[in-house]
Design a protein around this ligand. Structure first.
Ligand SMILES: Nc1ncnc2c1ncn2[C@@H]1O[C@H](COP(=O)(O)OP(=O)(O)OP(=O)(O)O)[C@@H](O)[C@H]1O
Length: 565
């Protein structure tokens, strides 16, 4: 893995930085409203490189949130840098045709362009994905169209994960919230002249897998590494083998030794959960409480809607899920094999010829006693509780998928993470199930369930102002139509910014925020000798600012004022 940060003071604590020389920041945030999202550790804003004019996403992680866990953000940067180098290498070595292959995995992995450290924060500059995320898309539409959206999105995710796995990286947090849609690079004139009609949602071309905060290398050289025994991920999406790691921090050395490390197949399980969520609008294993959910995951006990079970339109969908939801991870197919599944194989003309039976997708045939039990319906209206941090050796804890909806507040410190407040909303409203149902799975469908199956996150849905719901032109699909759009692919990689325009891991002044709130200022920012300086409007390189001179704040001022972090 590439070593980064060697020439930088990055990740030292702020007090020890006080004597370090810092460069002027080469990025600005143009408005305090330019927030793209936030996570448990970060706030993400749109920014502009002041030397190139290029737009990026700026992920700002406050050092206070990382006390004692600096290695986590360092691991994320190392992985992203490693992947970005791989992407460029592939692009350089590929022929024009393969560069433009819309469903190539490396096009769908978030690129890191730059990173640096300020007094209070670690900052990552990544590809800008300002077209919303998959979670918003699903929730705002109740569910996605199976053929037009779910299938191409799944194909892109298979490719992206295949790319990661080929490079020995496991993502460990595949979920709708971590699938973003990139800024569309095609200019409007090109778009209008495009005559090709496709039978799938072309926003799939812009799909980007993000958030590598939990990603790690699969083949650890260090035999004592505990990374692949960590209890991490998002509750609804974790595989049975992660459930086995639940009490890892309380295990003695013998138990720990007997605990099998998991591998990249956990991403395949999570992918299947996501495919299910896209198609149906609710997740397959969620129950009243964590205990029940974990129990259902361990038993591979997922809900199948009886109305859809025999619907011919869903045949390949159920079959796809069946081969991915295998308790024994070895029986789950690799991403490569999944490409040949009829559910998605029209997007992979070069995939293996179609495999016919489940056993052809897996390493070994499924013994009859391991055939997944008939799933049953579970409903609840509860809020997930977060796991006690003491159970998580790595300092991570298992984040609940509903945290995105309930916006739980967490108290970060070097002491274990604790949930300090939480709303009661839950993605699913499901009634509790009796213990007898647990031991005797059966399909149970009630009218109540049919009407209340999806009551997601009203807060999120009410604020969906930036969801890209544009319906794509529909009709036919064939390899030839896929090829036709290659020439106008959205997969134009952002040009590599010149080295002089990058911060390259150095210690920096905090990025400036150009606020539009107060128009009284008579100066705008400009660049001289790689530094941002205030100067008369007409001389500014930032043409958009000319008619809107703005007061200048640092991003730390903004964040502190907002009490966001
Ligand atoms: N490159 C990007 N472009 C646009 N928006 C982004 C980008 N990266 C992240 N975001 C937005 O910011 C949110 C938080 O980012 P991210 O998930 O990387 O942070 P995190 O602190 O690691 O989150 P989590 O706590 O979920 O792990 C994302 O859900 C997304 O909405």
């Amino acid at each position: 893995m590439a070593t980064v940060l060697s020439n930088s003071p990055i990740f030292s604590n702020s007090s020890s930085n006080s004597t370090a020389t810092s460069l002027d920041c080469k990025y600005i945030v143009k408005s305090s409203n330019d927030e793209l999202g936030d996570g448990n550790f970060s706030i993400v804003k749109k920014c502009q490189n002041t030397l190139t004019g290029g737009y990026f996403a700026m992920k700002k992680v406050h050092k206070n949130l990382l006390k004692g866990k600096m290695q986590l953000i360092q691991r994320e940067i190392n992985l992203l840098q490693f992947l970005s180098q791989k992407i460029r290498q592939i692009e350089n070595e590929s022929s024009e045709d393969s560069i433009n292959n819309l469903f190539d995995g490396h096009h769908h992995v978030l690129q890191l362009f730059d990173y640096f450290e300020t007094k209070n924060s670690i900052i990552l500059i990544t590809q800008l994905c300002e077209k919303g995320d998959l979670y918003e898309k699903i929730v705002s539409n109740s569910c996605l169209d199976l053929n037009r959206q779910v299938v191409p999105y799944t194909a892109c995710l298979i490719s992206a994960l295949g790319f990661l796995h080929d490079n020995d990286i496991v993502h460990r947090d595949i979920k709708a919230e971590n699938v973003l849609f990139r800024r569309n690079m095609i200019n409007s004139s090109t778009k209008n002249s495009e005559t090709t009609v496709l039978d799938y949602d072309t926003s799939s071309h812009d799909l980007i897998l993000a958030d590598f905060g939990l990603a790690t290398h699969i083949h650890q050289n260090d035999p004592n590494s505990k990374a692949l025994k960590e209890y991490v991920g998002t509750m609804s999406y974790i595989a049975p083998e992660i459930v086995c790691c639940r009490n890892v921090s309380m295990m003695d050395s013998k138990q720990l030794k007997n605990l099998k490390p998991y591998d990249e197949k956990i991403d395949i399980w999570a992918l299947a959960v996501l495919v299910y969520f896209m198609a149906l609008g609710y997740t397959p294993f969620d129950c009243d409480n964590d205990e029940e959910t974990l129990d259902c995951i361990s038993k591979n006990d997922y809900y199948i809607d009886e109305d859809l079970k025999d619907d011919p339109k869903f045949k390949q969908f159920w079959d796809f899920l069946k081969i991915c939801f295998q308790i024994d991870s070895k029986k789950r197919p690799s991403m490569k094999k999944l490409q040949s599944h009829p559910f998605v194989n029209k997007f992979f003309p070069n995939s293996l010829s179609q495999l016919n039976t489940i056993s052809e997708y897996i390493e070994s045939p499924i013994p009859s006693d391991l055939t997944p039990p008939t799933p049953f319906l579970k409903r609840s209206s509860s809020t997930y509780s977060l796991k006690s941090p003491s159970k998580t050796p790595s300092g991570f804890h298992l984040f609940d998928s509903s945290s995105k909806t309930s916006k739980s507040t967490y108290n970060y410190s070097s002491s274990p993470l604790t949930e300090i407040s939480s709303s009661s909303s839950s993605l699913l409203n499901k009634p509790s199930m009796s213990p007898s149902i647990l031991t005797e799975p059966a399909i149970v469908i009630t009218t109540t369930m049919q009407t209340s199956r999806l009551q997601p996150n009203l807060r999120r849905t009410s604020s969906l102002t930036n969801v890209n719901n544009s319906k794509s032109k529909v009709l036919h699909s064939s390899n030839s139509t896929i090829n036709k759009v290659k020439k106008n692919s959205t997969f134009i990689l952002e040009p590599v910014p010149p080295k002089t325009s990058l911060m390259n891991g150095c210690l920096s002044t905090t990025p400036k925020v150009l606020s539009r709130k107060n128009s009284a200022a008579s100066l705008v920012l400009s660049i001289e000798n790689d530094s941002i300086v205030a100067q008369p409007i007409n001389n500014s390189i930032l043409s958009e600012n000319r008619s809107h001179p703005k007061p200048i704040f640092t991003i730390d001022d903004y964040v502190d004022n907002e009490n966001n972090l």
